[in-house]
Design a protein around this ligand. Structure first.
Ligand code: NAP
Length: 312
C-alpha cells in the first residue's frame, strides 16, 4: 500500500448523501476520498426530471443534479474514485477498505451506499425507467396529472404510493400477486376504501408497452390463477415491491435491522462501531428522498468531523 492510500475520511457511495457528506467534510479540510461505487451519482441518475429538490424552481434532471453535487465536492478538494468496494475491515483502526486487491485506510468512514429498488426483471425496464416507469411516487407522481396510473405491490409502500398517486391520477390500479395485501391493516383498509383505487388481485405485469418515442402507454397483465392475459392502458407504472439496502459488505461487521438496513443512533448517523457513520437510504427506509438523504449526509459529516477532533 502506498502512503497516499491513507485518508482521514473515506466516503462509500456517491448519491446525494455521500456527496453532501463529501462537500461538508471537504470544507472542514478533512480531504475526503469518495469511492463512487457501481452507480456513480446513485439512484437519481436513473430518473429523469426532479421537481422537488429545493433551489431548482424549474426542475433539474437527476444526472445533472448529481454532476453539480460532484463538482461542488471536488471544488473543495474531495477526491473521487470510480471504484467499487469489495471488502471492509472495521475491526481496528485505521479502518481498512478494499477495492479488489487495492487497500485504503481511513480514520473514519461514512457509509452512503444507498438502496436498490426491487424490479420485476422485465426486459423493457431499463429503457422505460424515467419514461413512464418509476420506483418513486413522491418524485414522479405529479408528472401524471389526470392520467391512468398503475402501482405494483401489496406492502405498505405500495398502499402509501397508491393513495398518494390518487392526488394526480384519474384512476390508480394496484396490481398485487396475491389475494391479500401484505400492508398493515390500516393502510390496506384505506386503499380498499379509496374510490379512486382499483385493486387487481392475483396478477402480475408480464410486459410493459411503449410507443415509438419510448414512452410507456400500457402493460400486459397476467392473472396468475387463470393465466389469462389482458392489456391495460396507463401513462405510468410505479413499482413498489420493496428496496434492498446495499449492505452486503457489512453483514457480521455492523448492526443491521431485520430488513438489512444499517442501524444508526436515533436522530443521528453513528453506527455501532465508533468512527463509522451511515447516511441516506442505506439507513433510511422511511423517507427515501434526495433531500432527506442529503440532510443525513450533512449530519454524518458533522458527526464525523467532531469524532475526528475528539480522537485526534
Ligand atoms: P414489503 O413490505 O417487502 O412489500 C413488498 C410487496 O411487494 C409485497 O406485497 C410483495 O408481495 C410484493 N413483491 C415483492 N416482490 C415482488 C415481485 N417480484 N413481483 C410482484 N410483487 C412483489 O416492502 P415495502 O412495502 O417497501 O415496505 C418495506 C418496509 O417498510 C416494511 O416493513 C413496511 O411496513 C415499511 N413501510 C412502512 C410504511 C408506513 O408505515 N407508512 C410505509 C412504507 C413502508 P407479497 O406480499 O406477495 O410478498
Amino acid at each position: 500500500m502506498t502512503g497516499s492510500n491513507k485518508y482521514k475520511v473515506i466516503i462509500l457511495g456517491s448519491g446525494p448523501s455521500g456527496l453532501t457528506a463529501a462537500i461538508y467534510t471537504a470544507r472542514a479540510n478533512l480531504n475526503p476520498l469518495v469511492i463512487q461505487g457501481q452507480l456513480p451519482g446513485g439512484q437519481l441518475t436513473t430518473t429523469t426530471e426532479i421537481e422537488n429538490f429545493p433551489g431548482f424552481e424549474d426542475g433539474i434532471f437527476g444526472a445533472e443534479l448529481m454532476e453539480k453535487m460532484t463538482k461542488q465536492a471536488q471544488r473543495f478538494g474531495a477526491e473521487l474514485l470510480m471504484k467499487y468496494v469489495t471488502k471492509v475491515d472495521f475491526s481496528k483502526k485505521p479502518f481498512k477498505i478494499y477495492c479488489e486487491q487495492e487497500e485504503f485506510q481511513a480514520d473514519a468512514v461514512i457509509i452512503s451506499t444507498g438502496a436498490t429498488p426491487r424490479m420485476l426483471g422485465l426486459d423493457e425496464e431499463k429503457s422505460l425507467l424515467g419514461f413512464g416507469l418509476s420506483t418513486c411516487a413522491t418524485c414522479d407522481g405529479a408528472f401524471f396529472n389526470n392520467q391512468e396510473i398503475v402501482v405494483v405491490g401489496g406492502g405498505d409502500s405500495a398502499c402509501e404510493e397508491a393513495i398518494f398517486l390518487t392526488r394526480f391520477g384519474k384512476r390508480v390500479r394496484l396490481i398485487h400477486r396475491r389475494d391479500e395485501l401484505r400492508a398493515s391493516k390500516i393502510m390496506a383498509d384505506r386503499v380498499k376504501a379509496n374510490p379512486k383505487i382499483e385493486i387487481i388481485w392475483n396478477s402480475g405485469i408480464t410486459k410493459l408497452l411503449s410507443d415509438k418515442t419510448n414512452s410507456l402507454y400500457g402493460a400486459i397483465i397476467k392473472n396468475l390463477k387463470t393465466n389469462e392475459e389482458t392489456t391495460i392502458e396507463c401513462a405510468a407504472v410505479f413499482y413498489a415491491i420493496g428496496h434492498k439496502p446495499n449492505t452486503d459488505l457489512f453483514h457480521d461487521i455492523l448492526e443491521l435491522d431485520e430488513n438489512g438496513y444499517l442501524i444508526t443512533e436515533p436522530e443521528g448517523t453513528k453506527t455501532n462501531v465508533a468512527g463509522i457513520f451511515a447516511c441516506g437510504d442505506v439507513q433510511d427506509h422511511k423517507y427515501r428522498q434526495a433531500i432527506t438523504a442529503a440532510g443525513s449526509g450533512c449530519m454524518a459529516a458533522i458527526e464525523c468531523a467532531r469524532y475526528l477532533e475528539e480522537n485526534e
